[in-house]
Design a protein around this ligand. Structure first.
Ligand code: SAH
Length: 348
């Protein structure tokens, strides 16, 4: 089946003209989709047009099938069902300045990082642009938001999947998300997190999109990084840093390094010192994450005390570094945890 929200407004206009309708209908439908409406709910277009569209396209791109709200911090975890029965998850985090939604870009992932639950069964399939956008439009609508008064203000591509491994669809999604006739979320309010697919970082820099670039580093030594992230066999850290410099030159955007602290693997003084050596003077920030322990993996989290000590070493060494606040720990907040429970039939 096809998904209507995969189309840009321009493409939608072509489809609508081909169906013998007036072009302004395309804008109406685009607005409807961006506000999270199903095709069958678009009562501002004729029944005939709805029926025509429904003979070709899915009624909705994704459907919320589970919602869990954290009693600790109000973080909400969602499970979305796709037309083919696959599921992906997303998280909504509430901050003072607005709500940030973490969305998935693939069902599963083929990057195979040692600590991550998303890649345990490999890649199932890429999400289409409309399936990525649909997670946001569904949550925005579910929370009572509209296009003009959005409940979702910021977006991070940090759910399951590697966004740059689904490059074309992710770019189309960002363009549709930021369309002024749609949800109008500026790319500056979107962060794309990657394990470091170097050639694609250059491509992204050349798109002229100004999204915030986040790199999952997790170890400052190539050999140590390979133990956590298979992608380190393909690209050296020095190549990643060159790509980051290019990204900064092109966009003027400071970049962020994600660093998940794994006990005994990347939380030693030698790692902190090497991070300082590599990153000092660069327009970047280091985001330290306490490992979210995943049942299927045998890695342990660094203690809070050691995480703050690590951050202090980095700060004293001249880096901008913070320990990320942990959110949604009572609702399987980490990548892929809720989906795994769902597909294994465990109670969620
Ligand atoms: N594929 C992208 C997005 C992944 S999720 C990427 O690699 O950046 C966002 C971040 O969470 C990444 O930095 C990822 O490495 C990290 N992560 C995944 N599972 C984790 C876990 N169990 N504990 C802590 N961080 C985790």
């Amino acid at each position: 089946m096809l998904i209507l929200s995969d189309l840009s407004l321009e493409q939608l206009k072509t489809v609508i003209l081909e169906m013998g309708e007036k072009p302004f209908r395309a804008e109406q439908i685009f607005r409807g989709l961006s506000s999270g409406k199903r095709i069958s709910e678009m009562t501002d277009i004729s029944k005939e047009l709805r029926a025509k569209l429904l003979s070709v396209y899915e009624d909705a791109s994704v459907e919320i099938i589970e919602k869990k709200t954290s009693k600790i911090d109000g973080t909400i975890k969602y499970l979305f069902k796709l037309w083919d029965g696959n599921v992906v998850e997303g998280v909504l985090m509430k901050y003072k300045y607005g709500n940030t939604q973490c969305v998935s870009t693939q069902v599963g992932c083929r990057m195979g990082c040692a600590f991550c639950a998303s890649g345990i069964d490999g890649l199932v399939r890429n999400l289409t642009p409309g399936e990525i956008l649909g997670q946001i439009t569904a949550v925005n609508a579910e929370l009572g938001g509209t296009i003009d008064k959005r409940e979702v203000t910021n977006v991070v591509l940090m759910g399951s999947g590697e966004p740059l491994d689904n490059y074309k669809n992710v770019i189309s999604f960002i363009r549709n998300l930021s369309d002024k006739k749609g949800l109008n979320v500026t790319p500056r309010n979107l962060s794309l997190s990657t394990c470091g697919l170097v050639p694609k970082i250059y491509d992204l820099a050349n798109e002229g999109l100004d999204v915030n670039l986040t790199i999952s580093l997790h170890n400052p030594f190539d050999e140590g990084r390979k133990l956590l992230m298979p992608i380190a066999n393909a690209y050296k850290i020095s190549e990643i840093l060159d790509a980051c410099s290019y990204y900064f030159d092109k966009t003027g955007r400071r970049y962020i390094f994600e660093y998940s602290l794994v006990k005994g693997q990347n939380d030693g003084k030698n790692c902190a010192d090497e991070l300082i050596r590599l990153l000092k003077g660069r327009p970047c920030h280091v985001n330290l994450i306490r490992l979210n322990e995943v049942k299927e993996k045998k890695l342990s989290a660094t203690s809070d005390k050691d995480a703050y000590k690590f951050a202090e070493t980095l700060q004293k060494g001249g880096l901008s570094a913070t320990v990320r606040r942990q959110m949604g720990v009572d609702i399987d907040g980490a990548c892929g945890q809720l989906r795994r429970k769902y597909i294994s039939g465990e109670k969620i």
